[in-house]
Design a protein around this ligand. Structure first.
Ligand SMILES: *[C@@H]1O[C@H](CO)[C@@H](O)[C@H](O)[C@H]1NC(C)=O
Ligand SMILES: *[C@@H]1O[C@H](CO)[C@@H](O)[C@H](O)[C@H]1NC(C)=O
Ligand SMILES: *[C@@H]1O[C@H](CO)[C@@H](O)[C@H](O)[C@H]1NC(C)=O
Ligand SMILES: *[C@@H]1O[C@H](CO)[C@@H](O)[C@H](O)[C@H]1NC(C)=O
Ligand SMILES: *[C@@H]1O[C@H](CO)[C@@H](O)[C@H](O)[C@H]1NC(C)=O
Ligand SMILES: *[C@@H]1O[C@H](CO)[C@@H](O)[C@H](O)[C@H]1NC(C)=O
Ligand SMILES: *[C@@H]1O[C@H](CO)[C@@H](O)[C@H](O)[C@H]1NC(C)=O
Ligand SMILES: *[C@@H]1O[C@H](CO)[C@@H](O)[C@H](O)[C@H]1NC(C)=O
Ligand SMILES: *[C@@H]1O[C@H](CO)[C@@H](O)[C@H](O)[C@H]1NC(C)=O
Ligand SMILES: *[C@@H]1O[C@H](CO)[C@@H](O)[C@H](O)[C@H]1NC(C)=O
Length: 395
């Protein structure tokens, strides 16, 4: 064999290895090693990891966020145990992973990092005060794109607004809006618009409007806990809740309140709860048969609870109308279930009490049965782009 041919083979091989390195996921480190407490906390963490802790250079998470370049380079932030009273705003497009230090990386009930804020829309003293201002964590490219607005299509986002973060991931963090321990106006723990965001082993706690997934927002939750009382999953975007706990802290409105608009039809917008549990927070809550799975924020509401356990807090009817005088239910409204079970699943009630909940057939459910089918924007490939979802989150 000619020397040039061998050289060319060696060159081709090194080029292939280089390509492999280039496309290998940024999570090719041990999350467990990075998150476990060690003498040097950053031991086991990927390069480009910033440390946040009570006696570190960055004592707040937002201080580390503000230190990140506004580009597409991946970064990680490791947060040491503590209670951080602050709001976090993530505008950068590049991948960002925020990890809470923990010895239990696969258990959201043992998180030791709490990000806490205490605002509600109703606390505004002057002018209009959009729900966006209340959120503990906001992931959106601009303030304007995160605004809820009002009316059937909500806030009009300026044309040409770029997509924000393409790959945000949070592990073992609690985001808490502790405004008051009951529904007292919109008080968000999370707001995602024009961005892709994944939450793994996280806690999101408030009472009203806990999670907002806004215009062109894509959010995925896995093995996480979302606590709320009123309309606590709401928005225009697309949210997939997988193998998680929806914790009822009382009843009001519904668990879900979704709205379709002309800017959301590019996606299979809606809220999809899969293989999860809906349970009251504790046994002292007297809410048997009182909580609704959802209500239509507008008639294009779309939500599906699939293969999900419902405790006895859920009403026989499942879903409800927006209100008696303003039902907001028509041919376009999708308030559905597929193979739910548990004491809160009352088939007779579903069919008779209000006749508002759709019990989907396999064929009706099929278009919404996987994340690849519902997350369609930004477009990439046949089934959209879901590379931002961590498919193997266990540490
Ligand atoms: C970040 O960069 C983008 C693209 O260059 C730009 O549109 C945006 O205004 C920048 N954001 C900040 C906060 O500087
Ligand atoms: C955070 O606050 C809670 C409630 O006040 C407290 O139980 C916990 O010990 C605090 N965590 C840390 C790490 O200080
Ligand atoms: C928002 O929350 C912060 C931090 O808890 C608090 O200091 C501030 O008074 C709150 N503002 C409003 C308008 O409620
Ligand atoms: C986050 O964004 C909200 C809404 O724009 C704003 O009120 C708040 O001051 C921002 N907080 C930080 C820490 O940037
Ligand atoms: C958001 O953008 C829209 C459209 O450009 C504009 O009408 C509106 O005033 C903006 N809102 C804020 C709070 O900047
Ligand atoms: C039960 O949960 C509710 C709602 O979060 C809370 O207000 C109440 O304090 C809890 N009760 C007990 C005994 O933990
Ligand atoms: C959506 O509808 C609103 C209100 O009718 C309109 O102002 C806006 O231009 C529409 N946006 C798109 C993307 O069609
Ligand atoms: C259903 O939604 C489509 C798309 O927005 C709309 O054109 C149609 O008028 C809606 N139908 C009803 C009955 O609201
Ligand atoms: C189921 O719903 C029916 C019709 O509303 C009602 O009569 C019945 O009591 C419900 N069963 C339970 C266990 O709630
Ligand atoms: C429930 O609604 C469907 C569709 O609107 C209708 O065909 C059916 O007759 C209704 N059933 C009852 C018991 O009202």
């Amino acid at each position: 064999m000619a020397v040039t041919s061998i050289l060319s083979r060696v060159f081709t091989l090194s080029f292939l290895i280089f390509l492999l390195l280039l496309i290998s996921p940024s999570t090719a480190y041990s999350r467990k090693a990075c998150q476990s407490p060690t003498r040097n906390p950053l031991q086991g963490c990927p390069k480009n990891t910033l440390l946040v802790g009570p006696s570190q250079k960055h004592t707040t998470v937002q201080s580390a966020i503000l230190n990140l370049p506004n580009n597409t380079t991946p970064y990680t932030i490791l947060v040491l145990p503590g209670n951080y009273t602050e709001q976090l705003n993530i505008t950068r497009p590049g991948p960002l992973t925020v990890l809470g230090q923990t010895t239990h990386p696969n258990d959201a009930t043992k998180n030791s990092v709490n990000i806490i804020w205490h605002n509600a829309t109703g606390t505004a003293t002057t002018g209009t005060y959009d729900n966006a201002y209340t959120s503990t964590l906001t992931i959106a490219p601009t303030l304007n794109s995160s605004l809820t607005g009002s009316g059937p299509t909500g806030n009009t986002v300026p044309a040409g607004t770029p997509f924000g973060n393409t790959n945000f991931r949070a592990y073992n963090l609690n985001f808490i809006n502790a405004y008051l321990p009951y529904s007292a106006g919109p008080s968000l723990a999370l707001s995602v618009s024009y961005a892709n965001a994944g939450f793994y082993y996280c806690g999101l706690y408030s009472y009203q409007d806990t999670v907002y997934v806004g215009k062109l927002g894509n959010a995925y939750m896995y093995s996480s806990i979302v606590g709320g009382q009123t309309d606590f999953l709401y928005g225009f975007g697309t949210l997939w809740v997988q193998s998680s706990l929806l914790q009822l802290r009382g009843c009001g409105g519904g668990v879900t309140a979704w709205k379709g608009s002309n800017t959301t039809f590019v996606n299979k917008y809606g809220v999809y709860v899969h293989d999860s549990e809906v349970r009251k927070a504790n046994e002292s809550l007297q809410i048997e048969g009182m909580c609704a799975l959802g209500r239509p924020w507008n008639a294009q509401h779309r939500s599906i609870f699939a293969n999900t356990y419902l405790d006895d807090s859920i009403r026989p009817s499942g879903y409800i109308e927006w209100s008696a005088t303003d039902p907001r239910v028509n041919y376009n409204t999708t308030m559905a279930e597929y193979h739910d079970y548990g004491p809160g699943f009352n088939l007779t009630g579903r069919l008779q009490a209000a006749n508002i909940t759709i019990e989907m057939t396999a064929a009706q459910y099929a278009p919404y049965s996987t994340v690849d089918k519902v997350f369609q924007y930004p477009f990439s490939g046949k089934f959209g782009n879901t590379a931002w979802i961590d498919r193997r989150p266990e540490a």
